[in-house]
Design a protein. Structure first.
Length: 132
């Protein structure tokens, strides 16, 4: 599996959520009927930091011995987040389309990073003339 596309997609998704929460915490707090914009801003910093990790690791072999921590972190974040979002969406506690889309995206990334975490990465075939 080519992990570069997955890493770029997850970095863009997390970066977009992070930047939104960093720069618009008051507006998002009002939309969510929550009173604490500071917590949302800290959450945005967390998302943005995770996006930067994914962006800088996009060229590495994810799932290998050195890229394994990145795959574990992403699998835990998206797996737990996806499971946490599925229950309220399925029980009609969250009926807004935004939450349904976020739940689907989280489940997709959770399954993809789970696949990477539990399967050994395959190196690209090397050209035999390079080795000679």
């Amino acid at each position: 599996m080519n992990t570069k596309i997955l890493m770029i997609a997850s970095a863009i998704f997390l970066g977009g959520m992070g930047i939104s929460l960093i720069f618009f915490p008051q507006e998002i707090s009002t939309f969510l009927n929550s009173g604490d914009a500071l917590i949302l801003q800290l959450l945005g910093a967390l998302y943005f930091g995770f996006a930067m990790i994914n962006w800088t690791a996009k060229a590495n072999l994810i799932g290998g011995i050195y890229g394994r921590p990145v795959s574990i972190g992403n699998f835990c974040h998206f797996g737990i987040g996806g499971l946490a979002l599925v229950k309220p969406v399925l029980t009609d506690l969250l009926t807004e389309p935004e939450w349904i889309i976020i739940a689907i995206v989280y489940l997709f990334f959770g399954i993809a990073f789970g696949y990477i975490f539990f399967n050994h990465p395959k190196l690209k075939e090397r050209n035999s003339s390079v080795l000679a």
